[in-house]
Write a protein that binds this ligand. Structure first.
Ligand code: ZN
Length: 422
């Protein structure tokens, strides 16, 4: 690939601009598609038996303690993971939940559903709101990222609980680096590491780094996000495994199954057709997604389209149409975020524009930008009117949205799980 040329995978629509790094073989197939093909070739019966053997030593004979820790949220595979852990692996899990503060009513409802339907114990961590606001402000201003505290909290809290309760096994769903860009083979059976968390989840910013810059943050604001030291981790023998290495991972099919079996609730979002991912958050598919396209040149819709192409449920042309349509959709709930953070709309617009990567956004005039991201180089086929309708029907069969018309709140507000309302 030449430096200034974007290369696309010949099957999915990921390009050489992928944030996690991607490679292509001689035929132009991306590393993510190559590893995805393992899903159709591996012996999954053998792999689940392997998993059962792996977890056997962790089962408590006395039943007086937990067998494993499962990090959960109000969306993103949590129901399916707990279903596998309880019903297939017969483990007694302790569910752990990190309060992200941008909670939607659907997310809170799903979380309640999770602990009721699976009759599981759950611990939730609520870091004080002042520290969270300071962190969000700082990571947004400095790194154009509002999700740092959520990714850091969600990955540290399970470890803290594992150490405190002396429960060494943490069970996660799929590994993002494997699923999106084929960073590892399923057969590598990769486990949770401090390194991957820092490099990819936290984009190289560990908690202590937040203290090194001049800002309002102090030790008391960030200590809860520090990864436990190796001595503590090794004294308990904590390990974090990914179910996706042992079970053929297909989030769309899994969520549909969870709706049917456990009444998991789903919702329509403005910038994707996926009604299951990140529906517990007011900001992920809104301002966070906008920041992604400003910085990276592509947004979450590309991830969803590539996943569906690989599973054979969308073709390339449909994918191009969907990416072009959804990535240009307006975001919602920005007022709510400005109000929560205590920042004016004007300052917000200034900060958003400042986050635009010059590689993907050319400033024509003041505040007038021309988009040059990967999707500009995708060729959109001209289709009949019926085509759009057919595509919409195809999508809505796979992505069910719960009808909330009767339950809808008159005004949106963040649900402060376990903390009352601000
Ligand atoms: Zn590909």
């Amino acid at each position: 690939m030449k430096d200034n040329k974007i290369q696309f995978c010949t099957r999915c629509l990921y390009s050489s601009q992928h944030a996690l790094g991607i490679t292509f073989d001689k035929q132009g197939l991306c590393s993510g598609c190559i590893i995805h093909d393992e899903k159709n070739n591996l012996n999954w019966n053998y792999r689940i038996e392997k998993l059962k053997k792996l977890i056997k030593p962790y089962k408590s004979k006395s039943r007086k303690t937990y067998d494993c820790i499962v990090p959960v949220s109000g969306s993103n595979d949590s129901h399916y993971i707990v279903h596998i852990v309880k019903n297939i692996l017969n483990l007694n899990p302790l569910l752990v939940h990190y309060n992200k503060y941008f909670n939607t009513p659907i997310g809170i409802s799903n979380l309640a559903n999770l602990r009721i339907k699976f009759d599981a114990d759950i611990i939730s961590k609520n870091v004080n709101m002042n520290s969270i606001k300071k962190i969000v402000k700082h990571t947004f201003f400095e790194y154009q990222n509002i999700y740092w505290h959520i990714l850091a909290g969600h990955s540290v809290f399970p470890l803290e609980v594992a150490i405190k309760y002396k429960v060494p096994l943490i069970i996660w769903g799929a590994h993002q680096g494997l699923e999106q860009v084929g960073m590892f083979s399923h057969e590598h059976e990769v486990e949770m590491t401090r390194r991957y968390r820092e490099d990819h989840d936290l984009f190289g910013i560990e908690a202590d780094k937040l203290l090194q810059l001049e800002n309002e943050l102090k030790e008391e604001d960030i200590w809860q996000f520090r990864y436990p030291d190796d001595k503590q981790i090794h004294s308990i023998g904590v390990r974090g495994i990914y179910l996706g290495n042992y079970i053929r991972w297909d989030p769309t099919a899994q969520h549909k199954m969870m709706i049917k079996k456990y009444n998991f609730k789903s919702a329509k979002l403005p910038r994707t057709f996926d009604t299951y991912d990140h529906i517990d958050c007011f900001n992920y598919m809104n301002i966070h997604d906008k920041l992604k396209i400003f910085k990276r040149g592509y947004s979450k819709i590309t991830d969803h389209v590539c996943r569906e192409i690989r599973h054979g449920r969308l073709n390339r042309h449909e994918g191009v149409s969907l990416i072009k349509y959804y990535e240009s959709q307006k975001i919602e709930n920005l007022d709510l975020f400005c109000e929560w953070l205590g920042i004016s709309k004007n300052s917000m617009n200034f900060l958003l524009n400042r986050s635009r990567n010059k590689k993907f956004w050319i400033e024509k005039d003041l505040n007038n930008f021309k988009f040059q991201g990967p999707s500009v180089h995708m060729h959109k086929k001209q289709f009949s009117l019926n085509y759009e309708k057919k595509l919409k029907n195809k999508i809505s069969n796979n992505f069910i949205a719960t009808d909330f018309t009767k339950l809808k709140e008159s005004k949106n507000f963040y649900m402060f799980y376990g903390k009352g309302i601000n």
